[in-house]
Design a protein around this ligand. Structure first.
Ligand SMILES: Nc1ncnc2c1ncn2[C@@H]1O[C@H](COP(=O)(O)OP(=O)(O)OP(=O)(O)O)[C@@H](O)[C@H]1O
Ligand SMILES: [Mg+2]
Length: 202
């Protein structure tokens, strides 16, 4: 079972992933919790280029770097774990590229999706949890953490609003669970666990 978490920066993805991991492990599942970009050693170097390097990264180069990170992540970490019968929880996956490198950066969303699908050999998640929050609220929540914003997080509100709207468009697909990220941490986790349990995992 492959579950991904999506949503703009600061909506609560990491918080929810951690809680879901504990619950699955308590029920005896082996869980691999990972993230993009940076789920592998090569990916950590790519993550640094994408988020912390000084200077510009052109939009197509950015899209390809994310795809390269994802290709290596799937090949060396996600697929082997799934083949070993583990549950994989990923903090972001290709929907983030469609939303950010596509809609927010203004590349063609279908082209960005196609690059990712090629990169991952068409590995589509079984479930994608979208935590939905408006951009202003997400930015406010993030600034409260006191962590310095990275290169993408320094973008303006309308960048995140475009990403959010693209996520909502993607969420018309049946593999998505959309949750209102204004709910409490516990209420959100309950909705996620119900959906995961309904898929036969718990
Ligand atoms: N449901 C919630 N209600 C209010 N605050 C929340 C909720 N969920 C998480 N938070 C808080 O919002 C902040 C961001 O949460 P978190 O780091 O989980 O988000 P994220 O989506 O992983 O962010 P990023 O994209 O930056 O990694 C944290 O301070 C967290 O405690
Ligand atoms: Mg996070």
């Amino acid at each position: 079972m492959f579950i991904t978490f999506e949503g703009i920066d600061g909506v609560g993805k990491s918080t929810q992933l951690e809680l879901l991991q504990s619950w699955l492990e308590e029920s005896g599942r082996e869980v691999v919790r990972t993230l993009e970009p940076g789920g592998t050693d090569l990916g950590q170097e790519i993550r640094h280029l994408l988020l912390h390097r000084k200077g510009d990264v052109s939009p197509r180069a950015e899209a390809l770097l994310y795809a390269a990170d994802r290709a290596h992540h799937v090949a060396t970490r996600i697929r082997p774990a799934l083949e070993a019968g583990k549950v994989v929880l990923s903090d972001r996956y290709f929907d983030s590229s469609v939303a950010y490198q596509g809609a927010a950066r203004d590349l063609d969303v279908q082209e960005v999706l196609n690059i990712s699908l090629w990169a991952v050999g068409n590995l589509v998640p079984d479930l994608t949890v979208l935590l939905d929050l408006d951009a202003e609220a997400a930015i406010a929540r993030r600034s409260k953490t006191g962590v310095e914003p990275d290169r993408l997080e320094r973008e303006k509100v309308d960048f995140f609003e475009r990403a959010r709207n693209q996520f909502l468009d993607l969420a018309a697909q049946p593999r998505f669970l959309v949750v209102d990220a204004n709910l409490s941490v516990d209420a959100i986790q309950d909705l996620i666990r119900k959906r995961v349990a309904a898929m036969g995992l718990s």
